[in-house]
Write a protein that binds this ligand. Sequence first.
Ligand code: NAP
Length: 383
Amino acid sequence: MTDGTGFPNKKKFGVIIGGSGLVGGGIDYYFKKKLGYDILAPNSKKLSIRDPRDIEAYFKSYRPDFIVNSAIASLDSDPKLSFEINYLGSINLAKVAAALGIPYIFISSAAVLPDGVNLSEEEHLPLSAGLGNYAKSKLMGELTLQHLKETEGLDYTIVRLAIVYGQHDHKIQGFHRLLFAIADQSMPLLFTKKGICHSYTNARKVPYFIRHIIDRRQEFGGQTFHFIDPEPVALGRLILTIRDILGLKRPRAIYLPLPLARFGARCIQQFLRLLIKMGIDARLPQELMFLSSFYQTQILSSAKLRNSSFVDPFPVQTVYGQIPDLIQYYLTRWEQLNLIPSFNKEFFDPQHLAEEFLLSPQELLADIHSKKIEPFQTFTDIS
Ligand SMILES: NC(=O)c1ccc[n+]([C@@H]2O[C@H](COP(=O)([O-])OP(=O)(O)OC[C@H]3O[C@@H](n4cnc5c(N)ncnc54)[C@H](OP(=O)(O)O)[C@@H]3O)[C@@H](O)[C@H]2O)c1
């Protein structure tokens, strides 16, 4: 029996590392709920890939058909943590996959690439001491996977993602940090240059690709793929679109030159040092860590993906199309967590139910009981 792709419709057993994260969480959900696969997605307390004994003990108990690794240390981790989790941990998992003779899917990042346009899968930054901990550890991981293919017959695929957008980023990183800075109105001007463009990755599509490549090792084994939306996105325009949808005045449509932005970042750094000396725990905002990339275009080539057998499940979905949903999801969440002040409730409470709950619960209850409003789910599939 096949699933329409010509491949056996066999339910597989997989291990997803990083399954509580933005990318891994989506893969875990899709594989378990939509495909009905047997999936284990241990959190880092159950299995820390930093500890090789944890890995060994885990895979003595479980023998999966594939491993997906989407774990990463926090972006601002020190060299030791970045090296141990992003590199050593990833390679130890790869060695398990090689020993078991199963595919290993490694989620990597555009951080290993230089700036520029039409960047192919063959390209990467030169490995050097000057690279940031994140990019360095990811790049070393990629290079060792290629080495393990040659020396230990590892069957791997590297999936390089660009700026990822999607729901459930509970750490508020990357694109969602930008969204946060706009909603929080902590971005007075545009921290970019006119015309600067980047590639984006829709988190919702990633699981479809992973499923596709797990089933087709001959086509995808031993290779790197950029998994990105076909069209790059201009950062300035994206920020202003989000601002307008939110009905805000800031950031103003003024492009702040990089030297001035750098000067501002240095001032904040000095201020943080002072706070730390005073015993106050404070960190540099992540958006400032990646400041220079806001001023450089980085567009990955999607030609290899386009020419592969993978068919985009949502070809018309772009980051622009997803902004209203993302705003609704994140603003609700951030407001409930008291991370941002009360926002325009039309976005996430169009029926004003939360407002009624707060101010007039009796009327709300009466409306519900008289079926004037029906806020409950109808569970038609449960008999
Ligand atoms: N988000 C982006 O914009 C973006 C862009 C390009 C590439 N990527 C790549 O996509 C992948 C996933 O990123 P993400 O944004 O989903 O990250 P994330 O949301 O920060 O999730 C990180 C995951 O790693 C796990 N983890 C951390 N330390 C671990 C350890 N010692 N042992 C086992 N698991 C550990 C965490 O588990 P716990 O919560 O249990 O600690 C969490 O599930 C990474 O490879 C990243 O390089 C992401």
